[in-house]
Design a protein. Sequence first.
Length: 280
Amino acid sequence: MLLVTTRTPRLPRPPASARIRTGMGGWTFAPWRGVFYPEALVQKHELEYASRQVSTIEINGTYYRSPGIDTYRKWAAETPDGFVFSVKAPRYIVQTKRLSTSGDRMVKFLDGVVGLGDRLGPILWQLLPTRRFDADDMAGFLALLPAKHDGVALRHAVEVRHDSFMDERWLALAREHGVATVFTDSPDHPSFADITGPFVYARLMRSRTTQAGGYPPKERDAWATRAIAWASGGDPEDLPHVGAPHTAKAARDVFVYFISAAKERNPAAAVALAKLTNHA
């Protein structure tokens, strides 16, 4: 069983109309055995166990291989009510030379993803670090992203990884289409927190092996404060921005994933942040 000790600072509760979800990438990782997963847990029950410790998981393997609808249905069936996955879109779409021509491939991918049903959270469209901002191509691509597919509501988050996207024209385009821009707290890729969609999607990449909870307490408290601000319609000004902070009247759902870095600590980081944001 995962045990994480956290301080409990006096943070405001997020609004009841918003949900702060915290999780990690994937559920199969050998070093989690005995740290996150009990030693005696049968591997085929790892998803069942993990989905009851965190409120969301980002599926990364779909970037390399897009499974059929039956696999997605099986994953959904192993998780409890209220749990959701985010799903990374496959590379055969996001590595297309012209994203605006990827409609047929997108439909094929979505035909499987909708098997998650109400367990489907945002779809993550992670662009290559070499892809520069092309306003026409990106406008065409965003126009392809549907609000629904086979009756299942869809939410889209785009992770841009080239500095040319740090441009107010990108922010305007993403806002026009209601697409979230991923905040990636990484020293290797553009890191800006401008809010462009009706929800927030953050990928935090600075967990440390030396910290049982992934992050030092002060940093964890700071991320909890930011997550609650996001959920409340705010836009934390202490994070880097391209444009002016973008507040909203309505509450927002927030998805925070602990990715890469000291991967063995990421489940603990997700559990700790959930406790601090009153969503344990």
